[in-house]
Structure formats: C-alpha cells, structure tokens
Ligand binder design. Structure first.
Ligand code: HEC
Length: 100
C-alpha cells in the first residue's frame, strides 16, 4: 500500500512543478563580423551552437583557432571539409585574431 501511495505521489509531483506565468528565455544576439569566409563559418559552425562559443573566446592567435576547428572535427565529429576548415581558420584569424 505504501508503495502505491509513494508511486502515485511521485507521478503527481511534476504537476506541481508547472508554473502559470509564461517563461521567457532571454534572446542573446551575438553580432558577428561580416567578411570573407563568413559563409563557411555560418554553414559549418552554426549547426551545433551559436556564435557565442566563438565570440566568448576573445581575440586569439591563429593556432588557437586552428586547434578549436580541429577539436570540433575530431572530438565532436563536425562534418567540416579540409577546404572549409582552412577558410574558417583564415576568417577567425582575420576577424577574431590577436595578430599572432
Ligand atoms: C558537431 C557539432 C559542432 C560543430 C559543427 C561545431 N562545434 Fe564548436 N562546439 C561543439 C561542442 C559540443 C562544444 C562544447 C560545448 C560545451 O562544452 O558546452 C563546442 C564548443 C566550441 C567552442 C568553445 C571552446 C571549446 O573548446 O569548447 C568554440 C570556440 C567552438 N566550439 C568553435 C567552433 C567553430 C569555429 C566551429 C566551426 C568551424 C564549430 N565550433 C563547429 C560542437 C560543434
């Protein structure tokens, strides 16, 4: 009997977790610089996450960006061609680089 009561209670608890008000998820716009290679960034990087992941890194050397692109390909299996990887690297080094 106790088991049945417990199971019923557990099954009902999500009902109390509901809220009446509408929940608004904040929209964060990440402005990204337009330029040569933008199309490749747009097509290859946005399928999994927003530009925020890129912008939040701050200005970084080319080697950093190259390593990140290859991390996406190796660790997260991002389907990015060698050709596009190079274009994205150039783009990131140009617009989000620190000159190194
Ligand atoms: C297949 C999915 C996928 C694609 C495509 C992808 N990423 Fe990611 N990216 C991830 C995941 C997963 C994380 C890690 C998220 C976390 O740790 O919360 C991540 C995180 C990052 C980070 C944060 C730093 C870090 O090391 O975790 C950067 C920078 C980044 N991605 C850049 C890129 C760039 C540039 C591209 C395009 C060339 C790209 N990503 C494409 C899946 C992807």
């Amino acid at each position: 009997m106790t088991k049945i009561i417990l199971i019923t209670l557990l099954a009902l608890t999500p009902l109390f977790a509901q809220v009446k008000e509408n929940i608004e998820v904040p929209y964060v716009a990440y402005p990204i610089k337009m330029g040569k290679g933008f199309d490749q960034v747009n097509g290859n990087c946005l399928m999994c996450h927003s530009f925020g992941y890129i912008l939040n890194q701050g200005p970084q050397p080319r080697a950093f960006w190259k390593a990140k692109i290859h991390k996406m390909i190796d660790a997260f299996k991002a389907p990015i061609s060698d050709e596009d990887a190079k274009i994205v690297e150039d783009y990131l080094a140009t617009y989000y680089g620190n000159g190194k």
